[in-house]
Design a protein. Structure first.
Length: 244
């Protein structure tokens, strides 16, 4: 993006603000425009700074995060909202305010990266959509010395097996040396989601999500017998994506 994303951090705990500032500092697209320690201060800062996105705590004295989100959504230049909190029970309510994401403390760096990716796509959808497509909306995949043009909507899931990326479609399987992260970037404008460091699935074909052990889940894909493992770090974000 040509312009950096003006970001406002709202949390009544100074340590939490500092931690999030530190983590966000790893993203070149993010510009920390300001901080606020309360819901009331967040609204004043938003009017003054006109941020693109607000990272907003939920539990704060007087005006809480939900009340602040409602007020922010009514501004003439309403910012995107990312809730950042230690309380998972407010997630369903958060999405009533069109939240981009709901991050839980302590922050997971992989989930934070996914959040920033989502924010970037929301703020610059045309460029992101173009980047995700090739050859008129098809995904170009080089395999066995040939280039295949796949309809992303026909892809069930992708995974990395040693030095090979395997794509499973409704009718065929393809193997390519293209890294999984490169294919993920090219599919970013479609309905794909990373569930594990080695697996990306098409959310349109998810039929079942089953608790497994130690906070992890197993996922069932339409027409496939194999159950895919969902890493604990991706479960919360996956459930929210499936419920939107």
């Amino acid at each position: 993006m040509e312009d950096r994303i003006k970001t406002l951090i709202v949390d009544d705990e100074p340590y939490s603000r500092e931690e999030l500032k530190h983590l966000l500092g790893a993203f070149p697209s993010i510009q920390i425009a300001g901080e606020a320690e309360s819901g009331e201060a967040a609204i004043m800062k938003a009017l003054q700074l006109q941020p693109d996105v607000v990272f907003l705590d939920v539990e704060m004295p007087k005006m809480n995060g939900m009340e602040a989100a409602k007020a922010l959504s009514e501004l003439k230049k309403a910012p995107l909202i990312v809730f950042a909190t230690a309380y998972p029970q407010f997630a369903a309510e958060a999405f009533r305010y069109n939240a981009v994401d709901y991050l839980l403390k302590p922050y997971d760096e992989d989930q934070l990266k996914e959040t920033i990716d989502r924010v970037e796509k929301k703020l610059n959808p045309v460029i992101e959509a173009d980047a995700g497509r090739s050859s008129g909306g098809k995904l170009a995949v080089e395999a066995d010395g040939e280039i295949f043009y796949l309809d992303p909507n026909e892809i069930l899931y992708l995974y990395r097996d040693e030095k090979v990326t395997k794509l499973i479609t409704k009718t065929e399987k393809f193997e390519t040396k293209t890294p999984l992260k490169d294919l993920e970037a090219r599919l970013s404008s479609f309905h794909f989601f990373r569930i594990h460091k080695s697996y990306i699935v098409n959310l349109d074909y998810v039929t079942r999500l089953t608790p497994w052990f130690n906070g992890a889940y197993q996922l069932q894909i339409e027409g496939e017998d194999e159950r895919l493992s969902v890493s604990r770090n991706y479960v919360k974000a996956l459930r929210m994506r499936l419920e939107i």
